[in-house]
Design a protein around this ligand. Sequence first.
Ligand code: SAH
Ligand code: SF4
Ligand code: F3S
Length: 443
Amino acid sequence: MEEKYFIKTYGCQMNVYDSHRMAMMLEDMGYQKAQNQSEADLVLFNTCHIREKAAEKLFSDLGRALIIKNERAERGLKTIIGVAGCVVQAEDEQILKRAPYVDFAFGPLTYHRLPEILKQIKNKKESGVVDTDFPPESKFDFLPENKAEGGCSFLAIQEGCNNFCTYCVVPYTRGVEYSRPVEDVIKEAKKLIATGTLEINLLGQNVNSYHGEDQNGKERNLAYLLNKMAELDGLKRLRYTTSYPADVDDDLIKCHHDIGILMPYLHLPVQSGSNKILKAMNRRHTRETYIEVVQKLKAANPKLEMSSDFIVGFPGETDEDFEETMDLVNKIQYIQAFSFKYSKRPGTPAATMENQVPEKIKKERLDILQTRLFELQDKFNQKCVGQVFDVLFEQNGRHKGQLIGRTPYMQNVHAVASSDMMGKIKQVKILSATTNSLTGKVI
Ligand code: SAH
Ligand code: SF4
Ligand code: F3S
């Protein structure tokens, strides 16, 4: 009988991409996707270390995995448990101390070694393999070809980060910045398009610092790559995420004017509206330079709408600082955003800063911010009622005969649609809206 795998993914889109590539690798080895954890011979957790909650979730899930492993053992079935991703990179051997039944663990930069590690475990009956190298080779050179899973695909073009924002673990878990060569990216994009992708989202922790080499060894920026992508036959939608405000250059701004398939929606995390806090965070933008960049982007494409990430309760944040964040939110009128309470991460400079903000105040500020962000999101969604959008259908709806797709602005749209419209773009008239989604009719 064929062996089955189950992957649970936490964290960012990069992890979603990595999990997809690991799944492809396992399928190449003859594994099949399991419908649930208890039928899986291999259970893999692809983890996130960004906030304390994300990391702690892993250990409660691992506890549950052990129970399932024991139940399976009673039925005479073996289970291999693996942990991948950023928690492994950050905690290293600690994982095996806290969860000794984990068979192997590797960080985000070495998952191309998965087949080798599985072989080691199976042949030598070894367990407790931990691989947290920052390897000299690029994993991308060792992964089997990527394939599309539907109409939308992620494509990692850049990994790691040199920015060292004082609250953030990413430079420690994903290492220094690395950009894939232009030709590699184009080759993977062509393969994704050939297997059904209409939309590609180019990924990187700091994607607009992309500086990959072209065929002649010349370094090229993200704008160059976006223009190359726009030439690909069959690609209908292009996005890139996540961008660092200080690294938005004029070439990139021009792309928002020139490239028709570049979607009019940009995630540009500001984190705070207070210059004092931005400085303490080691962000290289001020509220003024951020507003200027947004204005230039909107001048390049007047249809452009913005989204962002926010952290409230960063050490030293006063009521006045928080007011500045609220003021910025009202100025930019974000149509969507993620917001978080500051979470102390071991080893980062902010964790040992004085003036940590009490939990109660963090919660109050988060409530105020989220209420406003949801109002703005709702306002934009209501404005869409009566308009017609191109919608790319991506998943089945809750009811039979219904599909869920996305507008250029990433809003979810529920519509009555036949199953052959899955993975396709259709024109949809929006009939009603809530804060979280739209309902429409295919025309
Ligand atoms: N590279 C991206 C985001 C990476 S992490 C960028 O620079 O914007 C995603 C988001 O998690 C961040 O934008 C930030 O808002 C949040 N985040 C990161 N570290 C955090 C921490 N210690 N506490 C709370 N939120 C955090
Ligand atoms: Fe983290 Fe800052 Fe790098 Fe984003 S830019 S990944 S927040 S260090
Ligand atoms: Fe989390 Fe690692 Fe992404 S810490 S947010 S999974 S880069």
